[in-house]
Design a protein around this ligand. Structure first.
Ligand code: F6P
Length: 466
């Protein structure tokens, strides 16, 4: 079997099952890497006054992590700048807050070059190289410049937006051209792949050669949909662990005579948190008889605090949760419990299991693994109901959820009412269909289909270009 080199901006090697509190991408990559010998390379999350390219290597739970520190200008221009002030909002359809600044683009290219130069000596001839997410689109171009001939694949964890949005990006052509230095590009959904193909054919003068190949810029690339999943069996086990049970007991003790609605999201404007709070407020206002029987727990750990739009959403949510509690609270009940802390995965599993409703309503989301974790954590005999945004990639698979338009407070309020009143038989029927899909399309199948497709790409693909 070939060695696998995984590259992502953030590297979070696993520190033991259940004890991690990291995001979906990192958990998926850790689970993926355990099965392959190889390296996980990326940013350490730390700053150094001057970039040195000094590698820090550690081996944790079967995974070798090799990381580098970045200097302050890199973090400003690459991570906070081009990645999170330009690409992230644009790819989540927030043209209104997308910032274009030439220094961001320069920092983005510089860090991709630095990553490539540091990684280059670690690559052996038969290694498969798998690059992840919007931070690192030009990485293959930089590796090719350094003479790397290996198969290199790219997976985009976030949406690929409509062609009309991509063209608002200065140097959009250069960004897309960089993707043609890969051998395989993976997307979360057919919609994102179609949007990419549409850009290539209508803007870059490229051609759709067959269902799986696009050619442009004198190169051919294979493209495919690989919906990311979770380690469903492991998460279902974690939900029965002592820590999860303890959290479950605490949550149920705190919610006696009440049903809990739970949301768990990084504090990010793409997650639809304001709209969700307003939907819940609408539910409370429209259903006085059910009002005191519910409470909403929103867990929203702080994220990307160096970016102003993230500071702004934080203040708006503080105000909104205060307003709802101010309007509806009673001496023994606060309708909204809003916490900005990060929790361990086993604790979260207990919270999910104790919640009658999982409310996952992003305005745009590549996939959304919280929706899948909520499903995996449920008690098969008494499961909760998933309310899911139609704009999460997960909605393509989790069709037995209550699917809502997250922009509509009325739809959120109606779905909450339906979920809270749903009888046990219907909850079980829906949950079985959901869990079946979460288990079938899990993280191993995502990893194996991607790595299999990458290993199968004939090299050099460029020869196929017409
Ligand atoms: O899944 C999208 C993503 O941007 C990942 O690439 C990233 O690791 C995760 O969200 C959390 O974001 P950040 O690394 O900026 O904290």
């Amino acid at each position: 079997m070939n060695r696998l080199i995984v590259v992502s901006n953030r590297v979070n090697p696993p520190g033991g099952r259940g004890e991690q509190s990291v995001g979906g991408l990192a958990m998926a990559l850790a689970a993926a890497l355990r099965e392959y010998s190889g390296i996980w390379f990326g940013w350490s999350g730390r700053t150094t006054p001057k970039f040195t390219g000094q590698l820090q290597v550690e081996r944790v739970d079967g995974v070798t992590a090799a990381t580098i520190d970045l200097e302050p200008a890199d973090i400003d221009e690459y991570y906070n700048g081009y990645a999170n002030k330009t690409l992230w909002p644009l790819f989540h359809y927030r043209l209104d807050i997308t910032a274009y600044d030439r220094s961001f683009g320069e920092g983005y290219d510089r860090v991709n070059r630095r990553f490539a130069e540091t990684l280059r000596p670690l690559i052996e001839p038969d290694d498969l190289v798998w690059i992840h997410d919007y931070h690192l689109i030009p990485m293959a171009r930089e590796l090719r410049r350094l003479g790397v001939k290996n198969r290199i694949g790219f997976f985009l964890h976030i949406p690929w937006p409509a062609h009309q949005l991509v063209v608002t990006l200065p140097r959009h052509r250069q960004l897309v051209q960089a993707l043609f230095d890969y051998d395989l590009i993976g997307f979360q959904t057919a919609e994102y792949l179609q949007a990419f193909a549409e850009y290539v054919t209508s803007e870059a003068g490229g051609k759709q050669l067959d269902e799986a190949h696009l050619s442009a810029f004198g190169r051919t690339v294979r493209t495919q949909v690989f919906p990311i999943g979770i380690d469903a069996a492991e998460f279902a086990q974690i939900a029965k662990s002592p820590a999860a049970r303890r959290t479950y007991d605490i949550m149920t003790a705190h919610t006696v005579f009440r049903q809990m609605i739970v949301g768990v999201d990084r504090l990010d404007y793409s997650k639809g948190l304001e709209e969700r709070f307003i939907g819940f407020e609408r539910f409370l206002a429209g259903n006085p008889d059910m009002r005191r029987e519910v409470l909403m727990l929103q867990i929203a750990p702080l994220s990307r605090e160096g970016v102003d739009t993230y500071q702004e959403i934080r203040s708006r949510l503080d105000a909104l949760s205060g307003r709802i509690n101010g309007e509806f609270a009673d001496i023994d009940w606060n309708p909204v419990r809003y916490v900005n802390k990060n929790y361990r995965r086993d604790e979260l599993a207990g919270v999910y299991r104790a919640a009658r409703v999982g409310l996952v309503t992003p305005l745009r989301d590549g996939m959304n693994l919280v929706a899948k974790e909520y499903v995996a954590a449920q008690d098969p005999d008494d499961p909760g109901v998933l309310v899911l945004s139609r704009f999460a990639g997960a909605a393509n698979q989790l069709k037995a959820a209550l699917i809502v338009n997250p922009n509509s407070p009325e739809e959120i309020a109606e779905a909450l009412k339906q979920a809270l009143s749903m009888d046990q038989g219907e909850r079980i029927r829906r949950w079985r269909t959901l869990y079946d899909s979460v288990r079938r399309e899990d993280v191993s199948s995502w990893r194996d289909t991607f790595v299999g497709a990458l290993a199968d790409v004939p090299t050099p693909l460029a020869a196929l270009a017409s």
